[in-house]
Design a protein around this ligand. Sequence first.
Ligand SMILES: [Ca+2]
Length: 380
Amino acid sequence: MKTTGKILPLIGLLAGFACFGQSGGGGIINISEYDPTSPQNAPGDGGRQKIIFDTDMGNDSDDAIALVLLHSAQREGSAELLGVTVNKSNPYAPIFTNILNDHYGARDVPIAYLSGGLSTGDGVFLKRICEEKTTPGGLYLYSRRAADASQFPDAVKFLRSTLASAEDKSVNIVTVGLATALARLLDTPPDDISPLDGTELMRRKVRLVSIMAGKFTPEVLADPKRFPPEWNTLCDPASAKILFEKCPSPMIFGGLEVGLALPYPHSEIDDISKLYGRNPFVDAYNMFAAHVAKNKFKRDDGRHDRSCYDPASALFVLRPDLFTLSERGSVRVIDDKGRVSFTPDPHGLHRYIIINQDQAEKIVGEIVRLTKIKPAQNLR
Ligand SMILES: [Ca+2]
């Protein structure tokens, strides 16, 4: 079951809310004091943040929320999406990503695919949406450029080439799935794409890694082995360990508790559906909500306000002013189940996100605003 890691730990939900209102004892620092990328902190190119979105698209619907958010931000001018790397090794995952890109007017945004990864299932909605036809035996309901996953370039080569051609410290990586692709990137040697190895490429080119991974409530931090691991690190703990230990770039961790505090109202999805008609993002949300309602809450009404784990990490790059960060430190994978620890360290490259109720409401408001902007497909 692909969703249990995010859904099951109700204790994480309670702990997540319990962390609201922290302000001092743990060395909490406001974003205004956080400047890991100085003097490169100010985005170039007219304020547009260059972003690579690294996703396990299909394991949850919040990856789709995050990608739609980034497409809207690109249309508004605050983001430039350099590409999407799909780290879920199911052939429908890049095709669904292709469908979303096309529907939101981002046909030119490259998609790359990681084969041989550890997450391979069809998930709740990938195959259903990708295979839906307008009539039996007719055309696909949602257009796509690619007929199959073999048409997408390799994710690790794509990461190397995209970073190699980027300006120094200009690229934000939003990674919201398994760490497999980034771990493989870090271990790449120099090649015909770049004389730099993967670690050096990241050191030179990456401004920030905004990652959805781990749990950082006071209770979990005090004794992480008492709690189940978070889904992304659970799925590929070996790659998470490599990424956390070797990544030379600042990393901002959005823990499970952050997403749990950010429910995307199902009523807003109903609005989008009424406004714009059939939409692959709406379909994914509704199918996953029905799945959670039935399997987690034993209800058949299909209603569930999906948690915004991944959208939080995407929005952080664009609107860091909406978030608060922990002190600096070091996040480490501490066992083969993907549990993580955080050790304060004034020279550490890692911080985790902390939000209070007021911040949560503002963050949800901004996520909803961006994802309700009219899809390009519906402008025709
Ligand atoms: Ca994800």
